[in-house]
Design a protein around this ligand. Structure first.
Ligand code: B12
Length: 303
């Protein structure tokens, strides 16, 4: 698939304008770029997304995909039609493909075409990983492929994050953890990246963190929010008690606890010290807009 620093011709194609227009945007500083020693303008993806967001421009064209990407034509069609089931299909193929950069370039390509970060997580990654789990259950892929897809995904998300448009630092911070024996951390990672893109500082302590260690992290970093993810609580009652204990402890320290993930134990919503139970990346943007108003997404669609 293609690279993520665009040339003038790519930007012109993306917004369906002439190259002269793009050069004018670049030269008057409307669209930031850097120049190669040979004088060619180059546009990092984050500048393009920030520019489109600020000017309320929607990409109306699609970028060229090289011929060696077998899924190229179907991905282009799916992007134009915002056909998420087709994008999920492409994700699954790429997550299971042996090409290490394929998945990251796929995510970049979606982001360049203004598929927002939350849409990538909720509408592509989440259903895609579910399908991978189902394939494994049906015996169509081995556990090695499922593991590989998970780690390739985490890697690709980290690389994407280094290229996206991040709002200026808002002075707020949050701690992210999967408490207890929880190993599923892709959802937690996604949540942390959304906060980060909204200008938050994130302290990511990840999977399988004992509750005491979560409390220590809170003492060390004095965040505003503790975000927890639960997917597979082997003992739901114990998990509920852990959530009750953790949220009450951090609440007393002035920290808001939010919980997400597909395995939240029944009764979590009734815990008074849990500030919110959130089901998706989109929910995070709504939560931040409602409860932490300084980070309301400027264009209404979020990052
Ligand atoms: C990848 C995976 C793994 C990987 C995890 C790798 C990693 N580093 O994360 C590995 C291989 C380690 C694994 C292990 C196991 N797994 Co597993 N795994 C999956 C799989 C295929 C995908 C999960 C995933 O990453 N989804 C993608 C993310 C993005 O989606 P998400 O977590 O739902 O997150 C979204 C929202 O929920 C939300 N969100 C999530 N967290 C948070 C947090 C906050 C604060 C907010 C606001 C939002 C939020 O936002 C996200 C974006 O939309 C699922 C299949 C499925 N149906 O989900 C099975 C699945 C979850 N696993 C399952 C099982 C059984 C296991 C094992 C017990 C297998 C075993 N026998 O060893 C172990 C359990 C280990 C443990 N103690 O936790 C079952 C759970 C069944 C159940 N609930 O009863 C599932 C459903 C598969 C199945 N159909 O049987 N697994």
């Amino acid at each position: 698939m293609r690279k993520t620093i665009l040339a003038t011709v790519d930007v012109a194609r993306l917004f369906n304008v002439t190259e002269t227009t793009v050069k004018r945007w670049a030269d008057d500083g409307t669209l930031r770029c850097h120049k190669t020693p040979g004088g060619h303008r180059k546009f990092p993806m984050r500048n393009i997304v920030e520019f489109a967001e600020r000017n309320k421009f929607e990409p109306v064209g699609v970028l060229v995909l090289p011929k060696q990407d077998d899924l190229g034509a179907s991905i282009q069609m799916a992007i134009l039609g915002r056909d998420f089931p087709a994008l999920v299909k492409a994700f699954v193929e790429k997550a299971l493909s042996p090409n290490r950069t394929d998945l990251y370039l796929f995510f970049s390509y979606l982001y360049e075409h203004r598929i927002a970060l939350w849409e990538i997580y909720d509408n592509v990654l989440c259903p895609g990983m579910r399908q991978i789990g189902e394939r494994w259950q049906r015996g169509e892929i081995g556990i090695n492929q499922e593991h590989r897809a998970s780690y390739e995904t985490l890697d690709a998300l980290a690389r994407l994050q280094s290229e996206i448009y991040v709002k200026p630092d808002n002075g707020k911070s949050a701690v992210f953890a999967c408490p207890g024996e929880e190993l599923h951390e892709i959802g937690l990672r996604s949540a942390a990246y959304i906060f980060e893109a909204e200008g938050w500082t994130t302290h990511y302590i990840g999977a399988r963190t004992p509750t005491d260690a979560v409390v220590s992290a809170i003492r060390d970093s004095h965040p505003l929010v503790l975000a927890l993810s639960v997917t597979y609580p082997s003992d739901p009652q114990r998990s509920l008690e852990d959530l009750r204990h953790l949220s009450a402890t951090v609440h007393a320290m002035g920290v808001s606890a939010v919980v997400g993930g597909t395995g939240i134990p029944p009764g979590t919503r009734e815990i008074s010290s849990v500030d919110a139970v959130l089901g998706s990346a989109r929910d995070i943007l709504d939560y931040l807009a409602l409860k932490m108003p300084a980070s309301v997404p400027s264009a209404g669609r979020g990052v």
